[in-house]
Design a binder for this molecule. Structure first.
Ligand code: GLY
Length: 295
């Protein structure tokens, strides 16, 4: 696909976390994913960029309290809320990430601003100073985090997209694991672990047990598997790595042509897809219920 083909194929897949979700709560998770997919669809269908789409999708998910990111972030062992987020542009290989960020509404947009900075990851005080310098919107997650921890165990939100111009991007945002040690950074902002994007390889984003995802380098594994596998088999191959480390996770990916793969070993994985071949976005909480729409 060339830069000058505004009628090119586009697609997007997003997730709202790999976890067990009570049957009664599944519609709420699927509806949140669907709402986010519509935002991404609107951007990509009119020829907008994959980076804009994944940021906008994740911003919406950060505002929905059922998801463990932004407003719905779970608390550390000490009761504080510390968030990680990242975004990667597959056209330039620019990466921006923040870790253990406190007190801001949209960590993914701070990560987006990092795409133009030299560091690929800032944590703690460095992340806070950067966010203040760009005038990022503040929020008080200590007040706004769900008091009943409705999102506890619901791990991470993420999105990958391929735009009409042939570029891919990936983004993720999370409050991390409920009760985690203060200062702990998970897989979400680590390139090759929680996400990766390269126009020549595709894009992937993970959710689940961050330590297991990082040990298995699962985003990289999923994309390398695309060299000789179909997207669905490549996603599955990445998840099978968890047999070596243990842990639950889910992966979403797109190949350079925008074909979609999704796999998870968690009981549920809330997700949605939007693509040029669909008349409307589709959402569900298990990959088996979305398979017929994947390509
Ligand atoms: N996957 C998110 C985390 O472990 O922090």
């Amino acid at each position: 696909m060339s830069e000058s083909d505004p009628d090119g194929a586009w697609s997007l897949v997003l997730h709202g976390g790999a976890r067990a979700i009570d049957a009664a709560d599944r519609p709420r998770f699927a509806e949140g994913c669907l709402e986010a997919a519509r935002i991404g669809e609107a951007i990509l269908a009119r020829g907008g960029s994959a980076v804009d789409a994944v940021e906008a999708v994740v911003r919406l998910l950060e505002d929905l309290p059922q998801f463990n990111a932004g407003t719905g972030s779970v608390r550390n062992a000490d009761g504080r809320v510390q968030m990680d987020a990242a975004i990667m542009d597959g056209g330039t290989l620019a990466v921006g990430g923040v870790g253990t960020l406190e007190g801001f509404r949209h960590p993914v947009s701070i990560a987006r601003a990092m795409l133009d900075a030299t560091p690929t990851l800032l944590v703690g005080e460095g992340a806070r100073c950067f966010a203040e310098a760009i005038g990022a919107e503040r929020a008080d997650p200590m007040q706004e985090a769900m008091p009943d921890q409705a999102s506890a165990g619901c791990d991470t939100v993420g999105c990958v997209a391929r735009d009409r111009h042939g570029h891919v991007a990936a983004a993720g945002s999370t409050g991390g694991l409920a009760g985690k040690a203060p200062g702990r950074v998970g897989d979400t902002p680590l390139p090759g672990c929680g996400l990766y994007a390269d126009d020549a390889m595709g894009a992937a984003a993970l959710s689940g047990d961050g330590e297991s995802i990082s040990r298995g380098m699962l985003a990289a594994r999923a994309l390398f598997a695309l060299a000789d596998k179909e997207p669905q088999a490549a996603a599955q191959a990445a998840i099978e790595q968890l047999s070596r480390t243990g842990g639950e996770a889910g992966v979403i990916l797109i190949d350079p042509a925008g074909r979609i793969g999704i796999a998870h070993n968690s009981p549920q994985f809330s997700m949605a897809i939007a693509a040029h071949w669909l008349d409307t976005p589709r959402a569900d909480t298990h990959v088996d219920d979305l398979k017929e729409w994947l390509s």
